[in-house]
Design a binder for this molecule. Sequence first.
Ligand code: ATP
Ligand code: MG
Length: 214
Amino acid sequence: MNLLSAKNISHSFDYELFHNVSLDLQQKESIAIIGVSGSGKSTLLHILSTLLTPDSGAISLFGNAVSSMDKKRLSKIKRDDLGLVFQSHYLFKGFSAYENLEVAAMLSNQRIDEDLLKKLNIDTVIEQKVTELSGGQQQRVSIARVLTKKPRIIFADEPTGNLDKKTAHDVMDLFFEYCDQSLAGMILVTHDEILAFKCQKVYKLENKELIRVK
Ligand SMILES: Nc1ncnc2c1ncn2[C@@H]1O[C@H](COP(=O)(O)OP(=O)(O)OP(=O)(O)O)[C@@H](O)[C@H]1O
Ligand SMILES: [Mg+2]
């Protein structure tokens, strides 16, 4: 099944970032987007995840055009089906890590998966306040938070940027396992080509175009 389809997306800020970008994401599929700093990867991810409306082009989610959805429908999809892991974590700072997961679980009517906390190696620090955690621990809590809601599509922008190599690869494997088991898909933006090439497809943003390189 087609989870996401983007057709002929173009976008400019002060200058044109990219044009005619098209992309399809299927269940169990992972796609990486690479490209030099400033090429527009994060902007493209914001567009694909419907946080930003492109200058032109169309996005469909689960077979429905985003432009024809009313606000309520789109909010529900964002809340239940889209999981965003972005460069800054947006955890609730005054709360413990566990309380952050409880909020996510409550909003999406899911349970906290204790096994997931062990796999991410945050089970022993989960009662601590977010501000008392290291950058990499915070990053893993935000990954746990996103997976707790059981999204159908994961959008991840450098999700492992604060992690050591081994932990980064473990986290990526967890994403792949999740997509496989939950029939979900992932779009990953990263500078790490080794991690990128672990995905089934790899695209590069270059000269304002999205080119398939794997
Ligand atoms: N909201 C905005 N308003 C104006 N310009 C913006 C905005 N967001 C991004 N830009 C510009 O668009 C360009 C691409 O930014 P973007 O964050 O998409 O790049 P990137 O490929 O993700 O880079 P990096 O690898 O450094 O994260 C940059 O020149 C940036 O200044
Ligand atoms: Mg970026």
